[in-house]
Design a protein around this ligand. Structure first.
Ligand code: E4P
Length: 220
């Protein structure tokens, strides 16, 4: 059965632990900007290894921090050794797609990131990516329609039976998660703030306090 999976977009161990405890999070995505915020870490590789252990058995995407193909290949091997749940995150460039094709042929999971168009997504699917990440929030910030991108990817992937999962990324608010689901994404990755928003509605909180008040006035 197809369901919308929820991933947490975070490199903060505390946020990740809290998210996993809810039982709704089935994976984690990180990126270099998120990692740069974790100032207390001393060695990046030790930090990443512990993140992988803490998120087991859920997939965690870890991005290469270079653009050259040979260097990317080398860094990907190092990332793979961090844990059995690692998904190597590669940029949507020719070099990234070449490395993707190789890693997938070795049975390694790959998340092709920074996807902004359907033609880019098509190439990533042909390279066998496990996940492809359209950054819908950044497209919307730019005045473009991110939801058309996801629904066109869905149509093409279904028509040609590509197995890559559409991982809607760069979610800015709870409404974006709904739009990702309506457009046919397989996964939505979001910051902890957006994940928390999913649980709330002002009328739920208002309703609760009204019921509490009524309950207190009941006489048994
Ligand atoms: C996804 O894998 C990315 O880490 C993320 O969603 C980017 O989001 P941003 O546009 O908020 O940086």
């Amino acid at each position: 059965m197809c369901i919308l999976e929820i991933f947490l977009d975070s490199a903060c161990p505390l946020e990740i632990m809290e998210g996993l405890k809810t039982g709704f999070i089935s994976g984690v995505t990180t990126n270099p900007s998120l990692l740069a915020h974790m100032k207390e870490r001393d060695n990046i590789w030790t930090f990443l290894r512990s993140l992988c252990t803490e998120t087991l058995p859920h997939p965690i995407s870890i991005e290469v921090m270079c653009e050259d193909e040979a260097e990317m290949m080398e860094q990907s091997q190092k990332i793979c050794r961090l844990g059995s749940n690692v998904v190597v995150k590669l940029p949507l460039t020719l070099a990234g797609l070449n490395v993707c094709r190789f890693l997938v042929s070795e049975g390694i999971q790959v998340n092709v990131t920074l996807c902004f168009s359907v033609h880019q997504a098509l190439l990533a699917a042909k390279a066998g990516a496990t996940y492809i990440s359209p950054f819908v929030g950044r497209l919307e910030d730019y005045g473009e329609n991110g939801w058309n991108l996801i629904s066109e990817m869905r149509q093409i992937f279904d028509r040609y039976q590509f197995r890559s999962k559409i991982l809607a990324a760069s979610m800015r608010c709870s409404r974006h998660v709904v739009q990702a689901a309506l457009a046919g994404a397989d996964v939505a990755t979001m910051p902890a703030k957006v994940f928390q928003e999913l649980f709330h509605h002002p009328l739920t909180e208002k309703g609760l306090s009204l019921f509490k008040e009524a309950y207190q006035n009941l006489s048994f």
